[in-house]
Design a protein around this ligand. Sequence first.
Ligand SMILES: [Zn+2]
Length: 87
Amino acid sequence: MSSFSIVDDKYIPLYRVMWVAATPHFCGDEECQREGFYEVRLEQGESVWATMGERDSMIQALDHWQEGVDPPPGAEGDSLSDDGDLW
Ligand SMILES: [Zn+2]
């Protein structure tokens, strides 16, 4: 598993990613070049802009990468069904 994911034709090191936008960018600016792209925030206040496909790949890569590097104890599958907390 690679620890990079391609966004905007760049290999982005996963450890530099702070967060990934859940919704596409929209600011209403007619000049905006980022409309419909997903912001991927990096350290140092940098951002790259991902297409939906690139965003999905990034999320997947982050998922796999975190599992490999730092497996959280007992955190696998969805926690809702393990909870036993039925309402
Ligand atoms: Zn904008």
